[in-house]
Design a binder for this molecule. Sequence first.
Ligand SMILES: [Fe+2]
Length: 235
Amino acid sequence: MIGQAVEASREVMAPQVVVLDVCYRTMKNYNYLVVDRASREAVIVDPAWELDKIEGAIAAAQAHLAGILLTHSHYDHVHLSKALAERHDCPIWMSKLEVAVSGFSAPQLVEIEQSPWSVGELRIEPIPTPGHTPGSTCFRIGGNLFTGDVLFAEGCGLCPDVPAAHQMFASLETLKARIGPDTRVFPGHSYGQPPGRLMSELRRDNIYLQFTNPDSFAAFRLRRGQDRARLFDFR
Ligand SMILES: [Fe+2]
Protein backbone atom coordinates (compact mmCIF):
# COMPACT_ATOMS: atom_id res chain seq x y z
CA MET A 1 0.00 0.00 0.00
CA ILE A 2 2.81 2.37 0.89
CA GLY A 3 4.43 1.64 -2.45
CA GLN A 4 1.20 2.46 -4.26
CA ALA A 5 0.84 5.74 -2.38
CA VAL A 6 4.36 6.77 -3.28
CA GLU A 7 3.72 5.83 -6.89
CA ALA A 8 0.50 7.87 -6.94
CA SER A 9 2.24 10.92 -5.54
CA ARG A 10 4.71 10.78 -8.41
CA GLU A 11 1.94 11.11 -10.98
CA VAL A 12 2.24 14.32 -12.93
CA MET A 13 -0.89 16.41 -12.67
CA ALA A 14 -2.42 17.54 -15.96
CA PRO A 15 -1.40 21.10 -16.75
CA GLN A 16 -3.91 23.90 -16.39
CA VAL A 17 -4.64 25.59 -19.72
CA VAL A 18 -6.00 29.13 -19.48
CA VAL A 19 -7.59 30.19 -22.78
CA LEU A 20 -7.31 33.87 -23.66
CA ASP A 21 -9.06 35.39 -26.66
CA VAL A 22 -7.28 38.57 -27.67
CA CYS A 23 -7.96 40.96 -30.50
CA TYR A 24 -6.82 44.09 -32.27
CA ARG A 25 -9.23 45.57 -34.80
CA THR A 26 -10.08 42.66 -37.12
CA MET A 27 -7.30 40.40 -35.81
CA LYS A 28 -8.49 37.74 -33.38
CA ASN A 29 -6.06 35.30 -31.83
CA TYR A 30 -6.04 32.75 -29.07
CA ASN A 31 -3.25 32.83 -26.49
CA TYR A 32 -2.76 30.00 -24.02
CA LEU A 33 -1.26 30.19 -20.57
CA VAL A 34 -0.14 26.69 -19.56
CA VAL A 35 0.46 26.29 -15.85
CA ASP A 36 2.18 23.50 -13.94
CA ARG A 37 -0.26 22.93 -11.08
CA ALA A 38 2.45 21.82 -8.65
CA SER A 39 5.00 24.62 -9.05
CA ARG A 40 2.83 27.35 -10.70
CA GLU A 41 5.58 27.70 -13.31
CA ALA A 42 3.94 28.66 -16.59
CA VAL A 43 4.53 29.25 -20.29
CA ILE A 44 2.45 31.29 -22.71
CA VAL A 45 1.87 30.44 -26.37
CA ASP A 46 1.97 33.17 -29.08
CA PRO A 47 1.16 36.21 -26.88
CA ALA A 48 -0.37 39.16 -28.74
CA TRP A 49 -2.54 42.27 -28.62
CA GLU A 50 -3.76 42.59 -25.00
CA LEU A 51 -0.98 42.93 -22.46
CA ASP A 52 -3.27 43.76 -19.54
CA LYS A 53 -5.45 40.72 -20.18
CA ILE A 54 -2.38 38.46 -20.30
CA GLU A 55 -0.83 39.94 -17.16
CA GLY A 56 -4.21 39.63 -15.43
CA ALA A 57 -4.40 35.96 -16.34
CA ILE A 58 -0.88 35.29 -15.05
CA ALA A 59 -1.71 37.03 -11.78
CA ALA A 60 -5.10 35.29 -11.43
CA ALA A 61 -3.42 31.90 -11.93
CA GLN A 62 -0.81 32.86 -9.33
CA ALA A 63 1.72 31.76 -11.91
CA HIS A 64 5.33 32.62 -12.60
CA LEU A 65 5.90 33.17 -16.32
CA ALA A 66 8.94 31.01 -17.10
CA GLY A 67 8.97 31.32 -20.89
CA ILE A 68 7.23 32.15 -24.14
CA LEU A 69 6.53 29.59 -26.87
CA LEU A 70 6.24 30.89 -30.44
CA THR A 71 4.69 28.59 -33.04
CA HIS A 72 5.91 30.81 -35.90
CA SER A 73 7.07 34.31 -36.73
CA HIS A 74 3.93 36.02 -38.07
CA TYR A 75 3.28 39.31 -36.34
CA ASP A 76 -0.05 38.33 -34.78
CA HIS A 77 1.73 35.46 -32.98
CA VAL A 78 4.87 37.23 -31.74
CA HIS A 79 3.50 40.73 -31.05
CA LEU A 80 3.90 40.80 -27.25
CA SER A 81 6.70 38.26 -26.91
CA LYS A 82 9.50 40.78 -26.44
CA ALA A 83 7.53 42.94 -24.00
CA LEU A 84 6.63 39.93 -21.86
CA ALA A 85 10.15 38.49 -21.99
CA GLU A 86 11.51 41.79 -20.73
CA ARG A 87 8.89 42.21 -17.99
CA HIS A 88 9.27 38.63 -16.73
CA ASP A 89 12.95 38.11 -17.57
CA CYS A 90 12.22 34.85 -19.34
CA PRO A 91 13.23 33.11 -22.60
CA ILE A 92 11.42 33.22 -25.92
CA TRP A 93 11.52 29.84 -27.68
CA MET A 94 11.23 29.64 -31.47
CA SER A 95 12.44 27.04 -33.95
CA LYS A 96 15.92 27.58 -35.31
CA LEU A 97 14.62 27.31 -38.87
CA GLU A 98 11.84 29.85 -38.31
CA VAL A 99 14.38 32.28 -36.85
CA ALA A 100 16.60 31.78 -39.91
CA VAL A 101 13.85 32.40 -42.47
CA SER A 102 12.15 35.27 -40.63
CA GLY A 103 15.05 37.18 -39.10
CA PHE A 104 13.18 37.33 -35.79
CA SER A 105 15.47 38.45 -32.99
CA ALA A 106 15.21 39.31 -29.32
CA PRO A 107 17.72 39.42 -26.46
CA GLN A 108 15.89 36.56 -24.75
CA LEU A 109 15.54 34.40 -27.88
CA VAL A 110 16.43 30.72 -27.53
CA GLU A 111 16.48 28.73 -30.76
CA ILE A 112 15.05 25.23 -30.48
CA GLU A 113 15.05 22.10 -32.59
CA GLN A 114 13.32 18.83 -31.76
CA SER A 115 14.55 18.06 -28.25
CA PRO A 116 11.92 18.31 -25.50
CA TRP A 117 12.59 20.29 -22.34
CA SER A 118 10.81 20.89 -19.04
CA VAL A 119 9.40 23.86 -17.15
CA GLY A 120 8.49 22.66 -13.66
CA GLU A 121 6.62 19.43 -14.38
CA LEU A 122 5.56 20.64 -17.84
CA ARG A 123 7.29 18.58 -20.51
CA ILE A 124 7.38 20.65 -23.69
CA GLU A 125 7.72 18.68 -26.91
CA PRO A 126 8.27 20.65 -30.11
CA ILE A 127 6.97 19.00 -33.28
CA PRO A 128 8.25 20.54 -36.55
CA THR A 129 5.25 21.09 -38.84
CA PRO A 130 6.29 23.19 -41.87
CA GLY A 131 3.90 24.40 -44.54
CA HIS A 132 2.25 27.58 -43.31
CA THR A 133 5.81 28.82 -42.72
CA PRO A 134 9.04 26.81 -43.14
CA GLY A 135 9.71 26.65 -39.39
CA SER A 136 6.18 26.36 -38.02
CA THR A 137 6.20 24.24 -34.88
CA CYS A 138 3.47 22.64 -32.79
CA PHE A 139 4.06 22.14 -29.08
CA ARG A 140 2.72 19.17 -27.11
CA ILE A 141 2.43 19.63 -23.37
CA GLY A 142 0.80 16.68 -21.61
CA GLY A 143 -2.50 15.94 -23.31
CA ASN A 144 -2.58 19.29 -25.09
CA LEU A 145 -1.33 20.31 -28.52
CA PHE A 146 -0.75 23.96 -29.43
CA THR A 147 -0.88 24.31 -33.19
CA GLY A 148 -0.54 28.00 -34.11
CA ASP A 149 -1.56 28.35 -37.77
CA VAL A 150 -0.84 24.72 -38.70
CA LEU A 151 -4.02 22.95 -37.65
CA PHE A 152 -7.32 24.66 -36.87
CA ALA A 153 -10.45 22.87 -35.71
CA GLU A 154 -12.08 23.79 -39.03
CA GLY A 155 -9.14 23.51 -41.44
CA CYS A 156 -5.44 24.25 -41.71
CA GLY A 157 -3.22 27.28 -42.26
CA LEU A 158 -2.68 28.99 -45.58
CA CYS A 159 0.19 27.76 -47.74
CA PRO A 160 1.87 30.05 -50.27
CA ASP A 161 2.55 27.50 -53.03
CA VAL A 162 2.54 23.82 -54.02
CA PRO A 163 5.81 22.86 -52.25
CA ALA A 164 4.53 24.47 -49.05
CA ALA A 165 1.19 22.65 -49.41
CA HIS A 166 3.08 19.37 -49.82
CA GLN A 167 4.95 20.20 -46.62
CA MET A 168 1.64 20.93 -44.89
CA PHE A 169 0.25 17.56 -46.02
CA ALA A 170 3.31 15.82 -44.54
CA SER A 171 2.99 17.85 -41.32
CA LEU A 172 -0.65 16.86 -40.89
CA GLU A 173 0.33 13.23 -41.53
CA THR A 174 2.92 13.61 -38.75
CA LEU A 175 0.26 14.91 -36.37
CA LYS A 176 -2.15 12.12 -37.36
CA ALA A 177 0.57 9.57 -36.55
CA ARG A 178 1.87 11.10 -33.33
CA ILE A 179 -1.09 12.75 -31.64
CA GLY A 180 -3.51 10.51 -29.80
CA PRO A 181 -7.31 10.79 -30.10
CA ASP A 182 -7.76 12.16 -26.57
CA THR A 183 -5.33 15.06 -27.03
CA ARG A 184 -6.94 18.48 -26.94
CA VAL A 185 -6.03 20.80 -29.82
CA PHE A 186 -5.52 24.51 -29.17
CA PRO A 187 -5.08 26.53 -32.41
CA GLY A 188 -4.03 30.16 -32.83
CA HIS A 189 -7.40 31.12 -34.30
CA SER A 190 -10.99 29.92 -34.35
CA TYR A 191 -13.36 29.99 -37.31
CA GLY A 192 -16.38 28.93 -35.31
CA GLN A 193 -15.33 26.01 -33.14
CA PRO A 194 -14.16 26.53 -29.55
CA PRO A 195 -10.48 25.78 -28.83
CA GLY A 196 -9.64 22.54 -27.06
CA ARG A 197 -11.54 20.08 -29.24
CA LEU A 198 -10.28 16.52 -29.23
CA MET A 199 -7.95 15.26 -31.94
CA SER A 200 -10.45 12.43 -32.56
CA GLU A 201 -13.12 15.03 -33.40
CA LEU A 202 -10.78 16.84 -35.78
CA ARG A 203 -9.83 13.54 -37.41
CA ARG A 204 -13.54 13.02 -38.07
CA ASP A 205 -14.64 16.57 -38.98
CA ASN A 206 -11.68 18.45 -40.49
CA ILE A 207 -11.65 18.05 -44.27
CA TYR A 208 -7.89 18.68 -44.47
CA LEU A 209 -7.27 15.56 -42.37
CA GLN A 210 -9.15 13.32 -44.81
CA PHE A 211 -6.70 13.49 -47.73
CA THR A 212 -4.41 10.56 -48.51
CA ASN A 213 -2.62 12.04 -51.53
CA PRO A 214 -0.30 15.08 -51.35
CA ASP A 215 -1.19 16.35 -54.82
CA SER A 216 -4.95 16.21 -54.17
CA PHE A 217 -4.33 17.95 -50.86
CA ALA A 218 -2.25 20.69 -52.51
CA ALA A 219 -4.82 21.27 -55.26
CA PHE A 220 -7.57 21.66 -52.65
CA ARG A 221 -5.48 23.81 -50.29
CA LEU A 222 -4.57 26.17 -53.17
CA ARG A 223 -8.00 26.15 -54.89
CA ARG A 224 -9.29 29.42 -56.29
CA GLY A 225 -12.04 31.53 -54.83
CA GLN A 226 -10.94 31.44 -51.20
CA ASP A 227 -11.74 34.87 -49.88
CA ARG A 228 -11.61 35.52 -46.16
CA ALA A 229 -15.33 35.03 -45.61
CA ARG A 230 -15.35 31.63 -47.32
CA LEU A 231 -12.06 30.14 -46.10
CA PHE A 232 -13.84 27.40 -44.19
CA ASP A 233 -16.99 27.14 -46.27
CA PHE A 234 -16.60 23.88 -48.16
CA ARG A 235 -20.09 23.67 -49.65
FE1 LIG B 1 0.42 32.77 -39.49
